[in-house]
Structure formats: C-alpha cells, structure tokens
Design a protein around this ligand. Structure first.
Ligand SMILES: *[C@@H]1O[C@H](CO)[C@@H](O)[C@H](O)[C@H]1NC(C)=O
Ligand SMILES: *[C@@H]1O[C@H](CO)[C@@H](O)[C@H](O)[C@H]1NC(C)=O
Ligand SMILES: [Cu+2]
Length: 297
C-alpha cells in the first residue's frame, strides 16, 4: 500500500511516471460485496467526484473527466476490440481510471471488481445494483434513464448529452458470464484463443445484461463498466497465474481488418495523449506486478 501511495504522489508531482522500484507490496483488488459499507461509499463518492473535474481532452464534446473515458474508448473502438490488445489495453484503461480517482478525487481505496459468477442465481438482487451501497439498478421502463441510486439524474456527454441509460436483460449475464463459461475459458491454452473466448463470452455478457450505455462503444459512461472490466482483467490474471510463461504469452490478430498481421509484445498501445501522456507497448501491461502496475487479486 505504501509503495502505491508514493507512486501516485510522483505522478501528481511530476506529471509523468518516474521509473519505479520493483513491485514489492501489490494492492489486492476486492470484489464489491467484500468491501465494507464505508469503503463502498468512499468509492461511489470518488466516482461522483469525476463529474466535478473538468475534461482533460482538447477538441472534444466531453465536458468532464468522467466523460473523457467514454469519449476515448469510443474514439479507439476499432483498435481495441476484437484484436489481440483487447486485454492489455483495457488493463491500462482501468489503471488510468484508478489513477484519476486517486489523483483528482483523493481516492485511497482499492479498485473494486464485479464477479458476476456470484450473481448467477439471482442477478437482479446483486449488491452491485443496490440503490444505497451500489450503482443503482435498471433504467426507467420508458426512457431507460437511471432514476434511482447514486447516479440517478446523471447526464453524460458522449456521443451527445443524454441521461445515463440501462435496459437490463439478465439472461445475458447468466448465459455468458457464468462460472461454467469462465471455467471453459480458463481451460484454453493459447492466448489467441483465450482472448476472443473471454471477449465474446463473459465480457459480452456483462455489457449486454446491463445494456443501454453499456451496450455501446461509449460504455464507460456507466460506472459499472470499470468493475466489469476489472473482473475481465481478473479472469485474464487467473489464466496467467497458471504458469509464469503466460506473463509473456501474447498472439493473435493485431488489426480488425487485416488478419495477416500478427500481434507482438512490442506493439504500441493506442491512447488519447490528453488522457495519458506516456507511451506504452503491450509488454508493459502483460503482468499486474510489473511495468507501471502493482496490484493483485
Ligand atoms: C483533495 O485533497 C486536497 C489536499 O487536501 C484538497 O486540496 C482537494 O480539495 C481535495 N480534492 C477533492 C476533490 O476532494
Ligand atoms: C439530460 O438528458 C436528457 C435526455 O436523455 C435531456 O432531456 C435533459 O435535458 C438532459 N438534462 C440536462 C441537465 O442536460
Ligand atoms: Cu472496451
């Protein structure tokens, strides 16, 4: 924990990430329902705070730091989905979000995740959707607008000004994001096959189950996006934890529209430089305890 706080201070003070010591004290990320009530409230307040921080982007419709994430994700859509870098790119994206919560909103807690497999029996009653100590539930039956919980009445600006929307279909969660779907992904031995299985299975399930903003390329409008993707990251971490070889196991198609180009660890990860000024390659995000990262699950 100490290393982590120091690290964030360096980021704030210098504007760029100084070369860091080895990761000796990784922070353990926690499932939402395993946080205390106090920890949940602190996280929700930090997320709400992003709406009060001005946008960091130039030449954009994004109005606040909250909105920047959906804008950038939408901007890069075709470069970061259905390609090999889907997992390392989103690992980095969650890290940028976590760093923003810390640097701009004084958040000192851990990055929480949503383990959907714990909701297989009764997804609608998930603590994730709690109106007091969660992210609120389904949108209004007519408008899709989220009208209850901590984010009721929140408008977002990507791709245009609209209320945050959800249109629940929890059969998608029980079908694609179940323990058995996760288990069969973990059985796969090659990255080039593991990545699409996770992306089209459990990943798709979480997006489609919440739907509304979550079903679009501006899905980071919904704060649940980050808990969902942290769990996707955790599934990858579980897969990588099988053997240290898997910390460098990376393959598949680099581009959506050109199957002939093989992805490599040296590929540069795209990012809007207003959101993160550092340039990184895939290799920097291959393991949660190296490069800029220092966490575990
Ligand atoms: C974060 O902490 C600093 C220093 O105490 C304070 O000046 C600032 O207002 C805080 N920011 C928020 C969003 O609470
Ligand atoms: C929020 O978005 C809705 C459309 O979804 C719009 O009717 C409303 O005027 C917006 N509210 C604000 C304060 O911009
Ligand atoms: Cu994405």
């Amino acid at each position: 924990m100490k290393t982590f706080i120091l690290h964030s201070l360096f980021v704030i003070a210098s504007g760029f990430v100084l070369p860091r010591q080895s990761c000796s004290d990784p922070v353990a990320r926690t499932e939402w329902r395993d946080l205390s009530d106090q920890e949940k409230s602190t996280y929700i307040e930090a997320v709400q705070c992003l709406k009060d921080v001005p946008s960091r982007l130039t030449e954009t419709t994004s109005e606040t730091l909250w909105d920047d994430f959906a804008y950038v994700h939408r901007e890069l859509d075709s470069e970061i989905h259905f390609v090999a870098n889907f997992l390392p790119w989103h690992r980095w994206f969650v890290y940028i979000y976590e760093s923003a919560l810390q640097a701009d909103c004084n958040y000192t807690g851990v990055m929480p995740y949503w383990d959907w497999t714990r909701d297989e029996e009764d997804p609608d009653s998930s603590p994730i959707f709690d109106n007091d100590l969660g992210f609120g539930g389904d949108g209004d039956a007519d408008t899709g607008c989220v009208n209850s919980g901590p984010f009721a009445g929140f408008n977002v600006s990507t791709p245009d000004n609209h209320c945050l929307q959800r249109v629940f279909d929890m059969t998608m969660l029980t079908q694609y994001s179940s323990q058995s779907e996760v288990d069969s992904a973990l059985e796969i031995t090659s990255y080039s096959s593991f990545r699409p299985t996770v992306e089209n299975g459990p990943h798709r399930g979480g997006h489609a189950a919440i739907s509304g903003d979550m079903a679009n390329n501006y899905s980071p409008n919904d704060p649940i996006f980050f808990l969902h993707h942290t769990n996707i990251d955790r599934v990858w971490w579980q897969w990588q934890s099988e053997s240290s070889d898997r910390q460098t196991e990376y393959s598949g198609n680099r581009y959506q529209n050109d199957a002939s180009v093989e992805a490599t660890l040296e590929d540069t990860l795209p990012m809007n430089s207003d959101l993160a000024s550092e340039e990184y390659t895939v290799s920097d995000f291959m393991w949660v305890e190296s490069g800029p990262l220092c966490y575990t699950y």
